[in-house]
Write a protein that binds this ligand. Structure first.
Ligand code: DC
Length: 232
């Protein structure tokens, strides 16, 4: 069977990663959460005092430190999921905290940070057989991906899904805090100069508002089949 690249883009908390993980498991593909890579750089910046109290980033210092940042994904067989490692430490939980969420859009708007991570992301895709989710995967990281999906969902459902995800990780915040963070990040993701979030011209839009995770997965697997994407 032919191996392909599946690029999934969309706003935060639209269910991209759940869909991407489900597809990767079903097709026996690698799953790469590109947002986790931006979050790991944000965590590095926080830990190394490259972010001031009012969330200003010491951009030049961060750029000069990029060569000290090693990001990997290690498969956890118990949870059947990949976890993010920053310089050999499992940071999967810490990169999801509100503190990281608050600064990650600023970090991801730095051109050099994007260049550094996009290069790593393209390395992962060399052998194909990969599902990657993010904001610029179909437009910039893999413009030739065989399948590009653009996921959309109503805001109230996004807030609920993000709250559930955070609660499952033992992180407790209010609905308003989550909504405010999502709106702020949407704005920054759409308006940043470097590879903003836009729908690729050849992307297929999926509205997941009324679809549970099994229905989403079924829908995309049918699409792959109907489009004969895995046929040699
Ligand atoms: O998917 P997420 O919410 O974990 O992503 C975290 C941040 O990283 C998000 O605010 C935008 C940024 N990001 C990006 O700019 N490009 C990507 N390919 C993935 C994420």
């Amino acid at each position: 069977m032919k191996k392909i690249i599946i690029a999934i883009d969309g706003y935060s908390a639209t269910g991209k990663s759940t869909l991407a993980k489900g597809l990767a498991k079903k097709l026996n593909y690698i799953y790469v959460d590109s947002g986790a890579m931006y979050r790991a750089v944000a965590l590095y910046a926080l830990r190394n005092k490259l972010v001031s109290d009012n969330h200003q980033i010491k951009v030049h210092e961060l750029i000069n430190s990029l060569n000290k940042i090693d990001i990997r994904f290690v498969f956890n067989p118990q949870k059947y999921t990949s976890e993010t490692y920053l310089n050999n430490e499992n940071v999967e939980r810490e990169i999801r905290t509100p503190l990281v969420s608050d600064i990650v859009s600023k970090i991801s708007s730095i051109k050099e940070v994007r260049k550094f991570l996009v290069q790593k992301q393209r390395e992962y895709g060399k052998e194909k057989g990969i599902v990657m989710d993010g904001r610029d995967i179909g437009t910039n990281v893999f413009p030739d991906a065989e399948l590009k999906l653009f996921v959309i969902t109503d805001m109230d459902v996004r807030v609920k899904r993000r709250l559930d995800e955070l609660h499952s990780k033992g992180i407790y915040v209010t609905d308003d805090e989550v909504k405010h963070n999502l709106e702020e990040r949407d704005y920054l993701d759409i308006h940043r100069k470097e590879n903003p979030l836009v729908q690729a011209k050849d992307a297929i839009v999926i509205d997941t508002t009324d679809l549970d995770r099994d229905q989403q997965l079924e829908y995309v697997l049918k699409l792959i089949n109907d489009l004969k994407l895995l046929k040699e």
